[in-house]
Design a protein around this ligand. Sequence first.
Ligand code: NAD
Ligand code: WQD
Length: 357
Amino acid sequence: MNASLRMAIDAAPHIVVTGGAGYIGSHAVVALFAAGYRVTIFDDLRRSHPQVLDGIAAITGEPASLVSVDICDEAALDAAFAQCGQVDAVIHFAAYKSVRESVADPVIYYRNNVGGTVSLIAAMARARCRRLVFSSSCTVYGQPDALPVTEASPMKTAASPYGASKQMCERILRDAQAAKGNTSLSHVVSLRYFNPAGAHPSALIGELPAGTPDNLIPYITQTAAGWRKTLRVFGSDYPTPDGTAIRDYLHVMDLAEAHVAAVELAMRASPGLEEINLGTGIGVSVLQAVAAFEHATGVTVPIEMAPRRPGDIEQIWSSGTRAADKLGWRTVRSIDEMMASAWAWQTRLGSTPPAGV
Ligand code: NAD
Ligand code: WQD
């Protein structure tokens, strides 16, 4: 890298990305870097693979700057912020995300997702950083009464401790932003993601869940790759055109770029709070998702029909109006690109699953 580019990067706003070694965080790190930000990752890699750092470095041409820290440990967070120098904003991805695991072990979800967010806000105040972008989820809405879901749609009682943890974090952030005390935040942008899928076009980073995937798209790619025998389609008796459940799948690179726009919103002059849905606005059924994968890749996915999965909602998709107004953002990548990139990443992983998968 030449000296003038180095100086420009050193002078750029500095963003801390908690959970930046995870699936969405790693793609956001790459997008932030491409937009000219300086990035430090706070992640202890408890739910990610160290190779993701090599992938980020290969894409950006810069070593990923990682501080290994448990975001629930306030003293360790203080040391991490002290090591960073000035931080202009934080994007907070670090959390657990499995609905199933949260039902089995709710306390670890409240401790990590809620406790970690509280610890982070307190440490940010001591580090004099009061601008936060938060990873929320469409799960805060439950089964909506009307579609598409707008940010004004009511939040139902959460169906899982995971969903409750996101609702609680959003409430904590609203309170912290409205307050004027020592631990208040000046700028908060909570992003409610719908269903992220796909991978960076280089296939150097992507999604690799530990164990059997809960989510549809990694299950499709792992089945197509022969890691799994068949894809079970959970529920064929929903009141939808083909009887299978409908979701709003968005390309992870579109989602990553939304974080660049959200950081820019959080860096504005006047304090504020925004809660914004991030989706395509298009509902896709499970069978349509399988067909889209087969169309994009030419690879057949063996399926079998199975009963509904407990706790699943029937159908949900997003309104993109507020994201367009507040972030100037909408998705630009097609479902074909999403599926092709997910498959390119899966293919790079090889014909047998790595240990622990
Ligand atoms: P991920 O599991 O791939 O990444 C999470 C990262 O956070 C991992 O690298 C993990 O090591 C790190 N982490 C977790 N707890 C930590 C702790 N206490 N200290 C330090 N690091 C810690 O998850 P993801 O899919 O990238 O999701 C990121 C965020 O987006 C999460 O908050 C999740 O709830 C939210 N979200 C995800 C989805 C989705 O479908 N993937 C949808 C909506 C919202
Ligand atoms: C999509 C559809 C399944 C696997 C989850 C979380 C939610 C949010 C997004 C984080 C459903 C069906 C799946 C399979 C299948 N994450 N399916 N066979 O249910 O919208 O939400 O991810 O915030 O909180 O709950 O996504 O990908 O798990 O499922 O038929 O092997 O695919 O039943 O209808 P979901 P998903």
